[in-house]
Design a protein around this ligand. Structure first.
Ligand SMILES: N[C@@H](CCC(=O)N[C@@H](CS)C(=O)NCC(=O)O)C(=O)O
Length: 213
């Protein structure tokens, strides 16, 4: 069955892999599933045709036969359940991997989104200079906790799983403000993710659209 995902016609990050279609591409590359990409403009995201697929008018979406999904956590959970390669066979280990997927989007990602909003959307407000360091420190708390748990391990819980794929994808967002490099083990963890051939293919595919030539 053909898999079709949506991605930005022109990603605001210019192809640095931060747009969330990259994590879906990565998952599909890990499990060896081919996919088509439908590019969507910002205007089209908010039009009825796209809103029928994604109620919040965002990318990525995922279509496979009659199935339509939005939310990268749900999409990657689906891919990991349907195709071998991203979940351990042991049932408990699989549940723990799902736990890390939730942690990535529910515990770690909000802190970098809050920082981004404070810097970009509220950057001109009089309170920004005071608020930014507070928000940045809040992100550091989460990164510090994650760093302590990862320690010297290669991946979060044994072999690479969908939990690592999600976590490394989320952590990439902490690189640009310089936060990731404050935690060398997390920076190395992300680099291990980026070194995977499946990630490289996913990154190259999104980059070819957003930064051709
Ligand atoms: N929680 C959602 C977030 C999706 C999201 O924020 N997508 C961004 C691109 S990475 C988007 O479409 N932004 C445009 C908008 O919100 O108008 C997920 O993980 O899929």
């Amino acid at each position: 069955m053909t898999i079709t995902i949506t991605a930005f016609e022109k990603s605001p990050d210019g192809g640095k892999g931060l747009a969330r279609d990259t994590r879906v591409r990565w998952a599909l590359e890990e499990v060896g599933q081919p996919y088509d990409v439908r590019l969507v403009s910002f205007a089209a995201l908010k039009q009825p045709a796209h809103l029928a697929l994604h109620p919040f008018g965002q990318i990525p979406t995922y279509e496979e036969g009659d199935l339509v999904l939005f939310e990268t956590g749900a999409i990657i959970l689906h891919i990991a359940e349907r195709y071998p390669g991203l979940f351990p066979t042991d049932a408990d280990a699989r549940s723990r991997a799902i736990g890390w997927m939730f942690a990535s989007v529910n515990t770690i990602e909000p802190s970098i989104l809050e920082f981004g909003n404070a810097r970009l959307l509220e950057g001109d407000k009089p309170w920004t200079a005071e608020r930014l360091p507070i928000v940045k420190d809040r992100a550091r708390v989460r990164l510090g906790q994650l760093s302590a748990r990862l320690g010297d391990a290669e991946w979060l819980d044994g072999d690479f799983t969908a939990g690592d794929l999600m976590m490394a994808s989320v952590l990439l967002r902490f690189r640009m403000p310089g936060l990731l490099d404050e935690y060398p083990n997390l920076a190395a963890y992300v680099a291990r993710g980026e070194a995977r051939p499946a990630y490289k293919r996913a990154f190259a595919a999104q980059r070819a659209i957003n930064a051709p030539g």
